[in-house]
Each structure stands twice: as structure tokens, then as C-alpha cells.
Design a protein around this ligand. Structure first.
Ligand code: AMP
Length: 184
């Protein structure tokens, strides 16, 4: 299900570039202006709903924090459950964690050990779509995709609203990667 050039432009125009945030040299893609624009948000979510309605998904997993927003809307539209992948120390029940490297040091994401068990028997792994707003180096999303595997589910695809392709973040996933908008 491809987006028309007009629809793509509506979504692209709704995302604001903030130069030098959070530090000099970074152009921050501000999706708050997409969220506050009902036409752009509906165009995006309708596109994702059409793309994923025949994937027979069991859950959407969203990455802390902007992935929660798009993931929850999509899960609701598809009539399936939503699972948060959180930064370390936020989830209250037993968790599984995965570290990933940053420019300096490392960070860690976590998921509940039983995240994909709602109303499911154990015969087949749950089919999960992982979603976040943006892929830069891909470290966060790869760690999140590994967590989905670690708790016994199957990551069917990884979806981003925007990809910064010059950072080559899409290399090395063990699932297909789909980005609505790609900045070369
Ligand atoms: P990465 O692990 O390098 O792919 O970083 C991805 C995470 O950092 C995502 O959760 C994004 O929301 C955030 N992020 C990284 N770079 C940017 C950027 N230029 N604009 C907005 N968010 C960004």
C-alpha cells in the first residue's frame, strides 16, 4: 500500500526541523507538529492501517516515548493490543533487558517478560510490529527488536515514520524495515 506523493508531502510538511537540538549539529525532527495537525495525523495513520491490516498482527510494540503514540493509535485502529518497550527502570513487573551502544556509553531498553501473552496460548509466537517515530543509527530499534525475540515473540516488521538514511541504521535488523518518509 503506497502513499500518494500528495499524502507523503502532507506528512512531511507537518514535521518541523529544529537545528542544533539537543546539541550543535543535530537537526531534530519534531513530530509534535504532526500530532497537532489532524489532517496529517489521519493521513499517516490511515496509510499505516491500510498497510498493516492484512499482516495478521497480534500486537504492536512501540519504543519509548514517541513510538507509544503512533503505536497506540495503530493498535487501536487494527483492534489489537499495544506493548511498550521502555527505557530501563520504568516497568514494574519482571522484565527482560537489552543494552545498546550510544555515541558515548550505552543505554538499555526493557520489556515485560509476559508482554505478548494476553489471550494467547503458547503454540505459535505472537506476530509483532515494532514502531518508532524515527530511525537514526538504529541502535534503539535493534535492541527493541531483539527483546521481542527474547520473550518468544516474532517481530514481523519494524516501522518508522522517518528514516535518516545517511546514517545507515536499517542495516542489521533480523526483520524487514519500512519507513514512511526517507531523508537521504
Ligand atoms: P537511534 O537509536 O540512533 O536510531 O535513535 C533513535 C531514537 O532517537 C528514536 O527514538 C528517535 O526518536 C530519537 N532521535 C534520534 N535522532 C533524532 C533526530 N534527528 N530527530 C528526532 N529524534 C531523533
Amino acid at each position: 500500500m503506497t502513499l500518494t506523493p500528495t499524502d507523503k508531502q502532507i506528512i512531511l510538511d507537518s514535521i518541523r526541523d529544529i537545528p542544533d537540538f539537543p546539541k550543535p549539529g543535530i537537526i531534530f525532527k519534531d513530530i509534535s507538529t504532526l500530532l497537532s495537525n489532524p489532517k496529517a495525523l489521519d493521513t499517516l495513520m490511515t496509510h499505516l492501517e491500510k498497510r498493516y491490516k492484512n499482516y495478521d498482527l497480534d500486537f504492536i510494540a512501540g519504543i519509548d516515548a514517541r513510538g507509544f503514540i503512533f503505536g497506540s493509535i495503530l493498535a487501536d485502529r487494527l483492534g489489537i493490543g499495544f506493548v511498550p518497550v521502555r527505557k530501563k527502570g520504568k516497568l514494574p513487573y519482571t522484565t527482560v533487558a537489552e543494552k545498546y551502544t550510544l555515541e558515548y556509553g550505552f543505554d538499555e531498553v526493557e520489556i515485560h517478560i509476559d508482554a505478548f501473552s494476553y489471550e494467547r496460548e503458547a503454540e505459535e509466537p505472537s506476530k509483532v510490529l515494532l514502531i518508532d517515530d524515527l530511525i537514526a543509527t538504529g541502535g534503539t530499534a535493534k535492541a527493541a527488536a531483539n527483546l521481542i525475540d527474547k520473550v518468544g515473540a516474532h517481530c514481523v516488521e519494524v516501522c518508522f515514520i522517518m528514516e535518516l538514511a545517511f546514517l545507515n541504521g536499517r542495516q542489521g535488523f533480523n526483520a524487514p524495515v519500512y519507513s514512511v518518509l526517507v531523508e537521504e
